[in-house]
Design a protein around this ligand. Structure first.
Ligand SMILES: [Zn+2]
Length: 283
């Protein structure tokens, strides 16, 4: 059952769990994620990046969204556009049926980030779609854009407050030490910064990007300090690749067989994450 992100995040903000936001590259990821959501009775967010939008196209995505709406039955799910920088993609996503979008202006100077994000919020809110904004700069590689370690900018507390008040975003992605695309769990979260931001903006769902690099216990601690949406991409890609590799090494060339192995592996990974986030049974 498709819902908008503000609905799920508002419920999470009054409780002690977070919503997992799982990236898809194709239908197989979508099926795996929804199967896990149904098994755990967990609300969740399914998200597609601009690269996935280019790969699948809006026409196909609009069918996939209708399928997700039906296939999820009574489990509330959100279809979210991840890290978008282009207005045409945002408009295309809204038209295709996405129920949440992220506009990422974190590469821009503060004032420009505020101005462009505010415009996007105005457009999206007019049709009831909530917007996630980003302030600070998260490291790693996202959408072929590499942010080097020396370019990472931790979110300043005052900036976060001003950005939230001036833009009207629903949720806020902050840079607190994580990086995109990490395959090892050795990211160090700046908990003090997170705590400061959360204490100033207690009702704002904060978003953690790059969670694949964060140890399980640190994710749990971050949730207690205001993180309400946790993005998970790299771990799922690794799970899909591992499942397919295992099936292929057994000699099969049948896509229905090796993709099924991939789906099962991704589903298991989503269930692990739901367990860490504490979102099972929150329907
Ligand atoms: Zn991200």
């Amino acid at each position: 059952m498709l819902v908008t992100a503000d609905l799920l995040l508002r419920e999470a903000i009054n409780s002690d769990y977070a919503i997992g936001a799982f990236n898809i590259s194709n239908r197989e990821f979508l099926v795996a994620i929804i199967l896990a959501a149904k098994e755990a009775s967990s609300p969740l967010i399914i998200q597609a990046s601009e690269s996935t939008v280019k790969f699948l196209g809006f026409d196909y995505l609009s069918h996939l969204i209708k399928f997700a709406d039906k296939f999820s039955e009574n489990i509330p799910i959100v279809f979210h556009l991840d890290h978008s920088r282009k207005l045409e993609i945002i408009l295309g996503a809204i038209k295709a049926g996405f129920t949440s979008i992220m506009y990422d202006g974190s590469h821009l100077p503060f004032d420009e980030n505020v101005a462009t994000t505010r415009e996007i919020v105005k457009i999206a809110k007019a049709v009831g779609i909530p917007v996630e904004g980003e302030i600070g700069r998260i490291g790693g590689v996202e959408e072929h854009i590499k942010v080097r370690e020396d370019e990472v900018i931790y979110t300043e507390v005052e900036d976060a407050i001003k950005f939230y008040e001036l833009t009207g975003v629903t949720s806020l992605a902050i840079a607190i030490g994580t990086a995109h695309g990490m395959q090892k769990k050795n990211a160090k979260i700046n908990f003090q910064r997170l705590e400061e931001i959360h204490s100033k903006l207690p009702d704002v769902p904060l978003v953690l990007h790059g969670s694949s690099g964060v140890p399980k216990e640190d994710i749990k601690r971050a949730i207690q300090l205001g993180i309400k949406k946790v993005n998970i991409a790299t771990e799922l890609k690794m799970a899909m690749a591992d499942g397919i590799k295992r099936a292929l090494s057994n000699g099969t060339i049948e896509p229905r067989d090796y993709l099924t192995e991939g789906i099962e592996n991704v589903k298991r990974e989503v269930l692990n994450n739901i367990d860490i986030l504490g979102s099972a049974g929150r329907v």
